[in-house]
Design a protein around this ligand. Structure first.
Ligand code: ADP
Length: 608
């Protein structure tokens, strides 16, 4: 547990001043809490005893060893009347109260602050690691799981750093100092207290283990509730189209009730634990007071000493109970840290080269594929691309055509270096993309996907995603060129209209034109364009074709083509099948020479 939590040290280091101050406040308040026992002793022995008794007590041996509180006073207590002594004792208690209040304020503020700070830093740090991971990573690690780690695991750590750990330290300190005091003042009574310690710890350990197991189970059940809500709401249209709301509700009821029954069990065990601990502590203390009471009657100790002693015994016992309880929290934190550390130790497989070459500025950019072979990790038996040799000429439109599963999207991903090539190379103007930094490479590439992704902000935010520094004028110009200006103007809030999650408030054709505007704004020298397969109405189609014409003019473009108008216009077409190039030429050449193309053209282009 300790070695896992040690991984948090680098996150605590920047706040060492806060930690030191909090540490001082913690020691200070713990000492003040312990001094309360002395205050109580003074209150009983000075305030409530007759003058005669007091002077007896004041001279008694037992008191002398503990009379430092009296010695620091600027007068002799024996000179004061009983009322004055009572007031003095109360003043001392009040003074301790104020000190404890101030110390607790500082400690609580600082420690909670550190907890919030560390968990915020961790959230940023984990996100910073995850966002650079290659797409294949997210095939194995679901976004939902990573999201939960960034939120829940860091929250557990926040509780631990921001409270449990400080509770642990404070109680450990109180336990040690309290024990020491007990031993020094009265070894006999302390032995009685000591006897009850294992009695208290034992049930805590037994029940604590059970409670911890049930806590973990509760967390898992809660995650199940979350994922059911998430999934059903994500697919709300399908759920409602089948009118399966009640079915989903029943599933939800089952999951929620399952989670409740585990939680109820956990609460029951905890309540048992509290009950047993309270009974045992009371038993121990009663026995102690009984023994101590006899000592008071015999005159061996003063009543104040017995009160102080009982106070320390209660403190020590409850400190011990708290320590054993927060150990559970610390264990949970160790688990959470372990999972976070897994994420923090991630290294992207696709990285910048150590000695990068910059793509020289040029008017013309061309792409070369030499013997490109690629296997997906999960499909080692069959290459997705198998020995491709292609040249995409500068400033021209090249179309990729082929049946589904031919490897067209894979080729796009490889150009972006979303995956690492197994064999061969892809080059821009003769420079292998592996020798270029990812930022330089992706600066030169633009993508218009088949189903453009939208961020749930305004239309303006979605367009300027292509160039965050764009001026309003540039944005409007891009919107006009992409043929989306008119429909945006017709929306109630124009460019400030919200698009909804993943652009639900826009039609497919509108989303596509926004993606084109985004690409126009970015103005990349090389464009990768995945044409939409779904049929659009004639007007949208017309607008999109016009927008594409503006976008692809004099630009090195690779298009996954699904439309007749595109293939006719393309300067060159590659026919791809099962990861191999099986034909190249223009539309009319291929119609004559390539059977697969002729079939595809008849089915895909001409009939649509
Ligand atoms: P296309 O875009 O031409 O329809 P793809 O490039 O999507 O074809 O797919 C090429 C082949 O690679 C297919 O056999 C497909 O099943 C496989 N494939 C695609 N993506 C993955 C992936 N992430 N993991 C494993 N295999 C994949």
């Amino acid at each position: 547990m300790g070695s896992t939590l040690r991984n948090l040290i680098p996150y605590l280091k920047p706040y060492r001043i806060h930690i030191i101050l909090a540490g001082f406040a913690l020691i200070f308040t713990s000492l003040a809490t312990l001094s309360l026992g002395q205050g109580l002793r003074l209150l009983v022995d000075l305030g409530f005893s007759s003058d005669k008794n007091t002077s007896d007590i004041y001279t008694s041996d037992s008191l002398e060893s503990n009379s430092f509180m009296l010695e620091i006073l600027p007068f002799t207590v024996g000179d004061l009347s009983s009322y004055e002594k009572l007031s003095l004792a109360i003043a001392f208690l009040l003074f301790l109260g104020i000190i404890m209040g101030a110390g607790t304020f500082i400690r609580h503020y600082l420690v909670s602050w550190i907890g919030e700070r560390v968990s915020s830093d961790l959230r940023k740090s984990v996100y910073q690691h995850v966002i650079h991971m290659e797409p294949a990573f997210f095939e194995e690690n679901s976004a939902g799981e990573i999201q939960s780690r960034i939120l829940t695991d860091t929250t557990i750590l926040q509780t631990v750093v921001g409270s449990s750990f400080s509770i642990f330290l404070r109680n450990a300190l109180i336990f040690i100092l309290g024990m020491a005091w007990l031993f020094i003042t009265n070894p006999k009574l302390t032995s009685i207290v000591m006897l009850s310690v294992p009695l208290v710890v034992f049930p805590i350990l037994i029940f604590g283990k059970k409670v911890r197991k049930l806590s973990k189970e509760t967390q898992d059940k809660l995650a199940g509730v979350g994922s059911h809500v998430n999934e059903s709401l994500l697919n709300i249209r399908t759920v409602q189209a089948f009118h399966h709301q009640n079915l989903e509700l029943e599933k939800m009821n089952l999951i929620v009730e399952g989670s409740f029954s585990v939680a109820a069990k956990r609460i029951l065990y905890r309540s048992y634990m509290i009950l047993i601990v309270i009974v045992l502590i009371l038993l121990g203390i009663s026995f102690m007071i009984w023994t101590g009471g006899k000592d008071v009657l015999d005159g061996t100790i003063t009543p104040g000493e017995l009160v102080a002693f009982s106070f320390y015994a209660v403190m020590v016992a409850s400190a011990l109970a708290s320590v054993s309880e927060v150990i559970g929290d610390l264990q949970r934190a160790a688990g959470a840290t372990e999972r976070l550390i897994d994420l923090l130790s991630l290294e992207p497989k696709i990285k910048d080269p150590t000695n990068p070459i910059e793509i020289p500025k040029s008017e013309n950019y061309y792409l070369t594929f030499s013997n490109v072979r690629f296997f997906y990790n999960t499909r080692k038996d069959k290459p997705a691309l198998d020995g491709l040799n292609l040249i995409l000429p500068a400033g021209k439109v090249t179309a990729l055509v082929g049946p589904s599963g031919a490897g067209k999207s894979t080729l796009f991903d490889l150009i972006f270096r979303f995956h690492e090539l197994s064999v061969g190379s892809i080059s821009i103007n003769g420079i292998n993309i592996k020798d270029i930094t990812l930022s330089d490479l992706r600066k030169h590439l633009g993508l218009v996907p088949q189903q453009p992704s939208m961020f749930s902000g305004t239309i303006q935010e979605n367009i300027i995603y292509g160039k965050p520094t764009a001026t309003e004028e540039e944005m409007i110009h891009a919107a006009q060129a992409a043929h989306c200006y008119d429909f945006i103007q017709e929306l109630p809030n124009g460019f400030n209209s919200l698009v909804g999650e993943n652009g639900v408030r826009l039609s497919g054709g509108q989303k596509q034109r926004i993606a084109i505007a985004r690409a126009i704004l970015k103005n990349p020298p090389i464009l990768l364009l995945d044409e939409a397969t779904s049929a659009l109405d004639a007007e949208s189609e017309h607008h999109i074709q016009k927008a594409l014409l503006a976008l692809t003019k004099d630009r090195t473009t690779l298009m996954i083509a699904h439309r007749l108008s595109t293939v006719i216009r393309a300067d060159k077409i590659f026919v791809l099948d099962k990861g191999k190039v099986v034909g190249e030429g223009t539309h009319s050449e291929l119609l004559k020479s390539n059977e697969l193309y002729a079939n595809l053209a008849r089915l895909q282009f001409i009939e649509s």
